[in-house]
Design a protein around this ligand. Structure first.
Ligand code: 3Y8
Ligand code: NAP
Length: 246
């Protein structure tokens, strides 16, 4: 009997959750608990970490999970790594449901970097006005360049003091649209955009806005995760679920 654990937190996961619910499949949706009020899902939902690889392997066993779909974000590398290890240990089927990385197009001015630290290094020395649309988990690295004014877009208002001296905080949960991001970046006189190569539509608005405004984008490449089957559409995931052994 197929029982699915859907590791969520992205628009792809939400789309898949809807299809699984409509198909009446036995599935559990999982959030990390990173935001105060995550979007509700049409599936039974659990929130919070599993307790590392062993915690996840125990969960899979205890819940009789037969299939794990890792639809977390390409930058949720720890979760994805744990899922590979735990599913191997528990003998449970695993696939990733992931959107392709963005590619620079006509008129894009991208500077490719392979880490948050390299993105900090790619910022100029002379003071600039930087749209830092990478959430709140990696802000402290940018304290190495305090001379810039940072526009921060966060899902929840920060509890602790921010590690940067000159900031404007915008509280918003995507998905975002290009017109809104263009107006936002003009209003704040943005000169540089920093983005993670998330892929997908939900975070792409700022790239379209940067192209419109002729601004450079410092693009952070995806972290490495261990090999596992990667599918690119809901239809492929549904086919995988019906063809792989329960
Ligand atoms: C908690 C669930 C859905 C999912 C929507 C997508 C789209 C909107 C765009 C910008 C970039 C960023 C950030 C972003 C986007 C979607 C998707 C996506 C980027 C929620 C959500 C959770 C999170 C966690 C949050 C991180 C942060 C990253 C903000 C819900 C809204 C910057 C990633 O405050 C924090 O601690 C935020 C943490 C991880 C990255 C970071 O390192 O800070 N996402 N985002 C999930 C959980 O608990 O398991 O609250 O409803 C989901 C979404 N965020 O169902 O429609 O699919 O990508 N999320 C990035 O791309 O760089 C914003 O502002 O332009
Ligand atoms: P991460 O760094 O890869 O994971 C850190 C730990 O958080 C994991 O080891 C796990 O804890 C827990 N965790 C992560 N995702 C989980 C999930 N879906 N369900 C249960 N536990 C989870 O993850 P992250 O980058 O902080 O991402 C956290 C959540 O935000 C994920 O749902 C992800 O899809 C979503 N998100 C992240 C980004 C991003 O830029 N990173 C963007 C959009 C959405 P244990 O080890 O205790 O199991």
């Amino acid at each position: 009997m197929t029982r699915i654990l859907l590791l969520g937190g992205t628009s792809e996961a939400s789309t898949l959750a809807k299809t699984l619910a409509e198909a009446g499949m036995d599935a559990v949706f999982s959030y990390a608990g990173r935001t105060a009020k995550p979007v509700s899902q049409p599936l039974p939902t659990r929130v919070g970490g599993f307790g590392g690889v062993d915690g996840l392997a125990d969960y899979l066993q205890a819940e009789g999970i037969t299939h794990v779909v890792d639809a977390t974000h390409p930058f949720a590398a720890q979760m994805s790594t744990n899922a590979v290890r735990a599913c191997k240990a528990a003998g449970v089927n695993l696939c990733a449901f992931e959107r392709p990385a963005w590619q620079a197009g006509e008129g894009d001015k991208w500077v490719h970097t392979d880490s948050i630290e390299a993105a900090v290094g790619a910022l100029p020395e002379t003071p600039a006005r930087v749209f830092l649309a990478i959430g709140k988990q990696n802000l402290s690295q940018f304290a190495a360049k305090p001379q810039h004014h940072y526009l921060l877009r966060l899902v929840d208002a920060p509890e602790a003091e921010l590690p940067l001296p000159h900031t404007t905080v915008e509280i918003a949960r995507g998905p975002f649209d290009a017109a809104g991001d263009t107006a936002l970046m003009q209003r704040h006189g943005i000169t540089h955009v920093v983005a993670k190569n998330a892929g997908g539509a939900g975070a792409a608005a700022k790239l379209t806005a940067a192209r419109t405004l002729g601004l450079p984008v410092i693009m952070i490449g995806r972290p490495q995760v261990p090999e596992r089957p990667v599918l690119g559409s809901v239809a492929e995931v549904m086919a995988w679920l019906s063809h792989s052994p329960a």
